[in-house]
Design a protein around this ligand. Structure first.
Ligand code: HEM
Ligand SMILES: *[C@@H]1O[C@H](CO)[C@@H](O)[C@H](O)[C@H]1NC(C)=O
Ligand SMILES: *[C@@H]1O[C@H](CO)[C@@H](O)[C@H](O)[C@H]1NC(C)=O
Length: 332
């Protein structure tokens, strides 16, 4: 998998270029958000209840809704900032790590929710707020506790979330901290937010280098538990296309539960992504990881919820900025 490594290096090199573009994002007005912003704005209908009903129905058909929405929320946060680079401004074009359509899923359901909301309250609720509300509900249904989601955002005119760059999983902890810090999120927020990897999946492509040829050594990543190397290799054969998926939380009893088991796994050298493993090893993050791993699952839920609210307030458009998209797939 030499090419994966080369791509990572390329992405990092690109990241340095994106860093210098960071100033071009527009600032937005995070102070404008409120809990229950839509309350009483849609006649007798309650926007959050409409979303909640659909999310619940979808959840009982399958648990992948929480991870899909969480990743979506991350992408929309990035997108609404109006940046060419990512939320984290690390660049590393996602195309270098994944072909299109791999990383972002569940768009149809967002449109379904949007259509329902539009039919009761036309032109009122932004796509980015629908994502925020649905994400909160899906996390709560998945065991993560229910946080007070803020709303009042408007949609950006610029690119769709699909076009957003996210950092690659090989990003060093120090660079990740720096990137989150630039967005007003501290190292604790970052460790809580990456705890979002307690649910959902990753395609082999994103970690295949760790299984076969870590940093061109011809060997697996020495920080990965050998039993995990073996089981991931069977899921991700060396010459495969990298399109298979594995759970980010390798505790199979908890792969779709929003809890602190992810932190226990990464302390046991059982992280799938390199960045996740490094969180448990890096001196600047490992104490937070240890604290979360040894705490109660509900403590993680509360901390994660607060961090999600904080992330959701980054560079939002509000008031008369942006627009309310009619369809979440298209700019009006
Ligand atoms: C340094 C920052 C981050 C990196 C490098 C990163 C990387 C990744 C990668 C490579 C995947 C696998 C994608 C795929 O195979 O399709 C993934 C999935 C995911 N990430 Fe992150 N991520 C980061 C931050 C976050 C944050 C802050 C959240 C919090 C909401 C998050 C939540 C998720 C979820 C829920 C999934 C699973 C998606 C699914 O199953 O559909 N990530 N991440
Ligand atoms: C991506 O998905 C869309 C809609 O499902 C499809 O029309 C398009 O051909 C896909 N693109 C690739 C490269 O697979
Ligand atoms: C990080 O931010 C949170 C929430 O804003 C705050 O409670 C916490 O004290 C901060 N932690 C550090 C290490 O600065």
């Amino acid at each position: 998998m030499t090419s994966t490594v080369t791509n990572a290096v390329l992405a990092l090199a690109l990241g340095l270029i994106f860093l210098s573009l960071a100033g071009q994002c527009y600032a937005g007005s995070s102070a404008a958000l409120e809990v229950e912003f839509y309350k009483g704005k849609c006649g007798i209908f309650d926007v959050e209840s409409i979303v909640a009903g659909l999310v619940k129905a979808k959840f009982f058909k399958g648990p992948t809704i929480a991870p899909k929405f969480m990743r979506r929320a991350l992408l929309y946060t990035v997108e609404s900032a109006g940046c060419d680079a990512s939320l984290l401004l690390i660049g590393g074009s996602s195309e270098r790590f994944a072909p299109p359509n791999l990383s972002v899923r569940g768009h149809e359901f967002i449109d379904e929710v949007k259509d329902a909301v539009e039919s009761f309250c036309p032109g009122l609720v932004s796509c980015v707020d629908i994502i925020a509300i649905a994400t909160r509900d899906a996390i709560s249904l998945s065991g993560g506790g229910r946080y007070r989601v803020e709303t009042g955002r408007r949609d950006g005119f610029n690119s769709l979330a699909e076009n957003v760059d996210l950092p690659g999983p090989q990003i060093p902890v120090s660079e990740s901290i720096a990137a989150f810090t630039r967005k007003g999120l501290n190292v604790t927020d970052m460790v809580y937010l990456l705890g979002g990897h307690t649910v959902g999946v990753a395609h082999c492509l994103f970690f295949q280098d760790r299984l076969y040829n870590f940093q061109n050594t011809g060997r697996p990543d020495p920080t990965m538990d050998l039993e995990l190397v073996r089981s991931l290799r069977s899921r991700c054969p060396q010459e495969s296309t990298g399109k298979n998926i594995v759970s980010l939380d390798q505790n199979f009893l908890s792969s779709f539960i929003v809890d602190n088991s992810f932190y226990k796994q990464i302390l046991g050298k059982r992280a799938v992504l390199q960045i996740d493993q490094q969180l448990a090893l890096d001196p600047s993050t490992r104490d937070i990881v240890t604290t979360m791993a040894s705490g109660r699952a509900s403590d993680f839920g509360n901390n994660f919820g607060e961090a999600m609210v904080k992330m959701g307030a980054i560079q939002v458009l509000a008031g008369t900025e942006g627009e309310i998209r009619k369809s979440c797939s298209f700019i009006n």
